[in-house]
Write a new protein. Sequence first.
Length: 430
Amino acid sequence: MSENVVYLHGQPKPVGHFLRVGTSGHRQLETLLGSGKMMVDRVVVEASAALRQHDLLTALTDVGGELILDTNVAELSSIGRFGGAAKSAPWANPESVLTPDDLRPNANRDVIGQIARFAVKQGFHAVQAPAHVLEGSTDQLFALDCEAAAALRRALDAEGGKHIGIDYPLMIKNASLRDPAQRRAFIAALKNVPFDNLWFRVSGFGSDATPMGLRRYIAAMMDFHRLEVPIVADGVGGLVGVAIAAFGAAGGICHGVAEKERFDASDWAKPPQTGGGGREKRVLVGGLDRLLSVKQVDALMAAQGAKPLLSCHDRSCCPNGLSDTLKDPKAHYLRQRARQIRELSAVPDARRPQHFLEKELAAAERVARSAAKLKVSDEGLSDVLQRSSDRLEKMHAVLESLNGTIAGQPRAPVPPRRQGRGASVASHRR
């Protein structure tokens, strides 16, 4: 009967939902994919980990997933990152950072050529153009990055990769995004660059953004709609990411699995710090719009009334509530993030801001307000609950006001899914 459904204003296009696989944890994702629990099949793969993750990528390709290669050039060009996980990228210089000369056409190390050949051989559908974290629109590396994107297009075409798309990752500081003059300069330069989708990684911004910080981000991103290309907000998660999509600032969002919900490159130019341990397992508590450590969750749920208030009530996600969440927090995280995007995608564009305010944000706001009244033994955790409640309340007021200001303005196009060997959009924009 579905073929008889008529959409008076056109069927809503689903929000692009992308997942950063990261450099570890891919075996868990294979298990989630095999059991039908992964739910997000448009993935960004780190060049440094792509060969180790071959089985996962093959499985994703088999189910029609979209594979996007992050070249790790930004990390390999930064003194604070080149010696870390990124050093396993095929074009890494084991002795030092990549230099601007390494990315120029006909360079001795032929980084651009290596990237193109790798993308073709490994079956990627798109490549994020090699780029740097920029100090601003006048940074000389910006012109180099634009040239590198064009050189990559030529290299892909020469290597039999005309079907492989190019996405441009604009990695800038929050201050640069908020500067109208810099936005105009970025837009003017990008008009001449061959790419399919524009990805934003804004240092200092992410799921923990303040309400006013989120409003400024949304307003600033709308200037880039002049490029008339799909936009993806990368390194954002939580209600912040959903809000960006709901208000049409971006047509897609990207994050990791209970990680990479914020981008921060503030220490990339500094020598790396020694020591440090692995990442602590964190659990999504949707009503608070927060990822908490297992220890924090245990302390929180010990409070009277906390379990019925804050446990997952989605029986298609966690049939046994909290115990299922703690047993498989990654699956819980993915299902809840996918649910938010799926439900938003079913709403017509013009109604998405109101849907977000009334359904997602208002529901979290009510839960957080009640959670702030819980008697928890940990004073620090009590402060977290109160701050979460205050933040969500302010976010609602700020975004309600923004909705009245930007109603009717154009929205960012949704990034189309790329599969198989069809010609890329960028090949037609050259």
